[in-house]
Design a protein around this ligand. Structure first.
Ligand code: BTN
Length: 318
């Protein structure tokens, strides 16, 4: 598909038409080959104006997360440099996991327009309608002990947080990895990993971000929101995706250079969690208390009747 990206590169941002002969000579291919690429692009949703004797002009681009479109907004060293695009998958985490098992490079990402079996935390499903949101999974190979992996969940929620804040929105972090706006969930992360007894082989960080979804199904209507709903305008998903990947790489570099404890501190500060009263339900048991912050492995420290309990997983209700 590089050829298509090259042809688009010639046409994008030009008011004038570009001749097939010019593109063919620059790409060192025949005019028929250029024409075939243009046909392929039309099938993908791009539109062109063709004027006899003058050539082609790009008149429209589809709202699709094609790698070369996300790539226009990508300023990373390795995260998303290999970007696998799928129209529809069961789960981008599943695809990324298979790629990781097959030895793909660190930073390889999978994006899809829809998921038929999007996975959420605690065996929940992630509502994944076509062409509206971001469903993204990234393969990382951190040099961590399995017990240190949990805080990696914070790098994605921090990355989402910064992306939304730079769009002028006011996100809020909810432990362990939700991002909310106006009290409703806009993004979540599901981490899946493969490890040996004392070494992580790889981690798949799966991020769901509701971008342009206007209608929520009844099950999530009172709990979820999207960027479109809160700001009453659509967002360019390719740009949001590029920014998000940039922020993800930045926080991952923080883990690599300063350790997981550093990212826990950043998350704790952004979430403003210290001193907050919390109720966390974990496997049927509810812990209540005042938070003393986040431990270096990502657990919440809850002061309950004088004693401090570490809660490593669960759902926060308050
Ligand atoms: C949560 O329950 O909050 C986590 C939701 C994670 C959803 C994302 S969408 C992309 C990736 N693929 C999946 O199947 N799940 C994650």
């Amino acid at each position: 598909m590089n050829r298509a990206a090259e042809v688009l590169g010639f046409l994008r941002g030009r008011r004038d038409h570009v001749s097939g002969a010019f593109m063919a000579s620059r790409l060192n291919i025949t005019r028929t080959a250029v024409w075939k690429v243009l046909k392929q692009l039309e099938q993908m949703g791009y539109t062109f104006e063709r004027l006899k004797g003058r050539g082609y002009r790009l008149t429209g681009s589809p709202d699709r997360l094609y790698p070369w479109e996300v790539g226009r907004h990508l300023d990373t060293k390795f995260v998303g440099r290999e970007l696998i695009y799928r129209d529809s998958v069961d789960s981008t985490n599943g695809v990324a996991f298979e790629l990781a098992l097959a030895g793909c490079a660190e930073g390889t990402c999978v994006v899809a327009e829809a998921q038929s079996a999007g996975r959420g935390r605690l065996q929940r499903t992630w509502h994944s309608p076509y062409g509206k949101n971001l469903y993204l999974s990234c393969v990382l190979r951190p040099a961590l002990h399995p017990s240190e992996v949990h805080p990696l969940t914070f790098i994605s929620s921090l990355a989402v947080y910064d992306t939304l804040a730079s769009e002028g929105l006011e996100p809020r972090l909810k432990w362990p990895n939700d991002v909310l706006i106006d009290g409703r969930k806009v993004s979540g992360t599901l981490i899946e990993l493969s490890c040996e007894a004392d070494r992580v082989r790889f981690v798949v960080i799966g991020i769901g971000l509701n971008v342009n979804m206007a209608d929520m199904n009844a099950e999530i209507a009172d709990k979820a929101t999207s960027l479109l709903i809160v700001s009453r305008k659509p967002f360019e998903r390719t740009r949001i995706c590029g920014m998000l990947l940039g922020n993800l790489e930045r926080y991952y570099e923080m883990v690599r250079s300063q350790g997981v404890g550093r990212v826990c501190r950043s998350w704790e500060e952004r979430a403003g969690i210290r001193g907050a009263y919390m109720e966390i339900t974990q496997m049927g048991r509810t812990y209540r208390g005042v938070s003393e912050g986040i431990d270096s492995d990502g657990a919440v420290l809850l002061r309950e009747k004088g004693a401090v309990t570490r809660v490593i997983a669960g759902d926060v209700s308050t």
